[in-house]
Design a protein around this ligand. Sequence first.
Ligand SMILES: [Zn+2]
Length: 134
Amino acid sequence: MTVPVCTNAPRLLVESFPTRYGIKIKAVQVAAPDRGGWGHDAIWSAVYASWDWQACPRLLVVYEATDGDRAWWVLMGGVRGEVGYDLDNPGRAVGFAFDVPGVILHELYHALGCKEHNMDRCHEHLARIKRGGR
Ligand SMILES: [Zn+2]
């Protein structure tokens, strides 16, 4: 089973996803949006302007972590990224590269449609994708 994902970091995504799920990540559209700014709205405005959402139901953009992101990371106990506006319909995520492979994997789960932090549910969701569901 191959799942299409739009991204600015195709190799990183493919290499970060464990093979044990029997799901392969395939980067189908690559673009490199500038990071619009610091906050959620600025980041998502830039991301939304760079892709055709009909063609990209699943998307993960990876930005280089800034010093501000690193401070936020320390103060807030590890903010790894941003999920799209519509939290009931995950599938869109931004990750900040902290040289932590777990960050990319975490955001990749969101990009595949897993909601916030229930891994049992996430594994069920991945099994559904594997069976050909959404
Ligand atoms: Zn999360």
